[in-house]
Design a protein around this ligand. Structure first.
Ligand SMILES: *Cc1c(COP(=O)(O)O)cnc(C)c1O
Length: 366
């Protein structure tokens, strides 16, 4: 019996990678905005249909830098979702700001835009939304709220590489958007990430923050971090950029298979992508509702018995973490949808190489 994992990393042909790496060895330029890095930055800009793109060594440092670049006032509040990976709220705290958790929308599981305004105080500086599982936040409503209250908007698009809303790349919304290129993400550079943004004034700022604030041999302009993507990562990115669409097509078939088999099962809900939005095919989440015979946790265990690994994303929710659960704003918050769905969502195995035999085995368990 072979184990079925929840995902498999996208890997190019090793011979192709060797060829890319030969260039790097020849040039003896291993990092610091090298040739591969600059080429990948250009290509991703085109792929994501955005005006500006800055590559990073990982998504978390990119998000950390995005918040820093927007100069959020010390101690100010950032309204965000707790239904996300730990990196999202941690980046707020590491910027000396305070995460204020907002409830989520039951279908897309993204921050509920209708519940944001009630959380705004004179101390609120920004909204940080997450396009969770690749479902887009209500970017229009969030934009209206932000304009009305003079707030910055940052998006965590770690799950939404290539997603488009009415033909517009998802990286165009808000002030800055972060993408992660971690090994488990659809498009990967082993570790890596990027920021996309429209404001030209941010180009210099983000460049500085990514490279210790160094402007020239004798000039350090401001306080920055080391967020640079190296040539080995960028080489991986150049090759994966050529093949990730094929992987998406394969995952589209996996999705169609699951949709057909599972949509008729009582108690299983399949969240729907909003109209006119393309799918990134990053995750396949299902919701185990109350009228399903067993709980999500019991179903997870059944899968495990059969050596099929699924994921309880996002359990625990961020409001349950040791470092956040005792905050007064968490204790007082109405997070009823989050607290319900964190016990009901299960992400199924999702990658192009899944065979029909494996898919049938997975659906049989359900
Ligand atoms: C993966 C992920 C990140 C962090 O990205 P890294 O590249 O691993 O640092 C941030 N937010 C979300 C929602 C993620 O899934």
């Amino acid at each position: 019996m072979t184990r079925i994992y929840v995902t498999r990393p996208l890997l190019p042909d090793i011979k192709d990678y060797e060829r890319e790496i030969e260039d790097v060895f020849e040039s003896q330029w291993l990092t610091n905005m090298g040739k591969k890095h600059n080429e990948l930055e250009e290509r991703i800009k085109n792929e994501l249909k955005v005006k500006n793109c800055s590559l990073f060594n990982n998504g978390t440092i990119a998000l950390l830098t995005a918040l820093k670049a927007l100069d959020l006032p010390y101690g100010s509040e950032v309204i965000t979702t707790p239904f996300t990976f730990a990196a999202t709220p941690h980046c707020i705290v590491l910027n000396n700001c305070k995460p204020v958790f907002c409830d989520i929308e039951p279908n897309t599981m993204t921050i509920d835009a209708d519940k944001i305004e009630a959380l705004i105080t004179p101390n609120t500086s920004a909204i940080l939304g997450v396009h969770v599982y690749g479902f887009p936040c209500d970017v229009e409503k969030i934009d209206r709220i932000a304009k009305k209250h003079n707030l910055k908007v940052i998006y965590d698009a770690a799950h939404a590489f290539s997603t488009e809303i009415y033909g517009t790349g998802i990286g165009n919304f808000g002030d800055i958007t972060m993408f992660s290129f971690h090994a488990t993400k659809l498009f990967n550079t082993i570790e890596g990430g990027c920021l996309t943004y429209n404001d030209e004034n941010l180009v210099r700022k983000i460049y500085n923050l990514r490279n210790f604030g160094i402007r020239g041999e004798n000039v350090v302009e401001e306080v920055g971090i080391n967020g640079k993507m190296n040539e080995f990562q960028a080489s991986m990115g150049l090759l994966n950029l050529k093949i990730y669409r094929q992987e998406q097509e394969k995952r589209a078939k996996v999705k169609a298979f699951y949709d057909e088999k599972l949509s008729t099962v009582k108690g299983i809900r399949i969240p729907k992508m909003p109209n006119n939005t393309t799918n990134s095919y990053q995750y396949y989440p299902i919701v185990i509702e109350d009228d399903y015979p067993i709980s999500r946790n019991e179903l997870y265990d059944k899968f495990k018995e059969k050596d099929i690994l699924t994921r309880k994303y996002f359990y625990p929710a961020c409001n349950d973490y040791e470092c956040y659960k005792n905050d007064l704003s968490v204790k007082l918050a109405d997070l009823s949808v989050v607290n319900d769905l964190k016990n009901k969502v299960l992400c199924l195995p999702y990658y192009g190489a899944l065979t029909t035999v494996e898919l049938n085995k997975i659906c049989e368990v359900i």
